[in-house]
Design a protein around this ligand. Structure first.
Ligand SMILES: Cc1cc2nc3c(=O)[nH]c(=O)nc-3n(C[C@H](O)[C@H](O)[C@H](O)COP(=O)(O)OP(=O)(O)OC[C@H]3O[C@@H](n4cnc5c(N)ncnc54)[C@H](O)[C@@H]3O)c2cc1C
Length: 201
């Protein structure tokens, strides 16, 4: 672990198309790490990095409250705007609720197994696939409920929920990319959870 203002650390912000901050390139050049700040053993940083990615994908990145809150907002939107004859949309709203609840219970299960001393392991990739795809699906359902209103500009004064569904959808689209792309997670599940052979293609 190193402070970002340590000698040898260079942080270069990366501009985003939407003007928001959030990305940087971080360069380390002969940065000194005092012994008390070493995680694990010297030259074993890769194992520590891999353990942090499992923890990120399996537990710490996306709290269940985030998806429960989105599902509740979706149910409220459905109550306001639904065409009650549209059984397909109703089923998608129900699915969003069930998925968010399942994710919450699964998170409790992960915490219980960590408390019992079990590692998170490659199964965390299944978790990452689940929440990232759930998030996109839930926002797509909201946009379907909104219909043409969903197209309103973020900043439009009459945007529904202040344009939050469209902004949320745009951010949800990044979910299958960050924390390791979903294509890579599927390969991890195939090889390390299911024991399938590596793809030679
Ligand atoms: C919103 C957001 C936040 C982020 N936050 C962070 C952060 O906090 N910290 C951080 O370190 N990084 C962060 N990232 C970076 C992110 O982890 C990478 O963008 C991601 O891992 C993909 O790497 P890449 O962009 O180099 O794509 P590439 O590796 O170049 O992949 C490009 C495409 O090719 C596919 N691909 C590549 N290799 C294979 C393969 N072997 N098999 C099948 N398909 C393959 C990928 O799935 C992807 O679709 C963030 C990215 C986003 C969008």
């Amino acid at each position: 672990m190193i402070p970002l203002d340590a000698p040898g650390v260079t942080v270069r912000p990366v501009d985003r198309l939407d003007g928001d901050e959030g990305f940087a390139e971080v360069f380390l050049e002969d940065v000194f790490v005092p012994e008390r700040d070493i995680l694990g053993a010297v030259h074993q940083g890769w194992s520590v990095a891999m353990a942090t990615t499992s923890s990120e994908r399996g537990l710490s990145l996306r709290s269940p409250g985030r998806f429960i809150a989105t599902a509740e907002r979706l149910i409220a939107l459905w109550r306001q705007r639904a065409d009650l004859r549209d059984a397909r949309l109703r089923d998608l709203v129900v699915r969003a609720h069930i998925d968010a609840e399942a994710y919450r219970l699964h998170t409790f299960q992960t915490v219980a197994s960590l408390e019992a001393g079990e590692p998170i392991g490659p199964e965390s990739s299944i978790n990452k696939l689940f929440w990232s795809e759930m998030d996109v699906r839930t926002h797509e359902t909201a946009l379907s409920l909104l219909g043409p209103l969903a197209e309103l500009d973020h900043g439009a004064p009459d945007a529904v929920d202040g344009g939050a569904w469209l902004r949320g959808y745009e951010f949800a689209l990044a979910g299958p990319i960050y924390a390791g792309t979903n294509e890579i997670q599927r390969s991890i599940v195939a090889q390390h959870v299911l024991g399938l052979p590596r793809d030679r293609g």
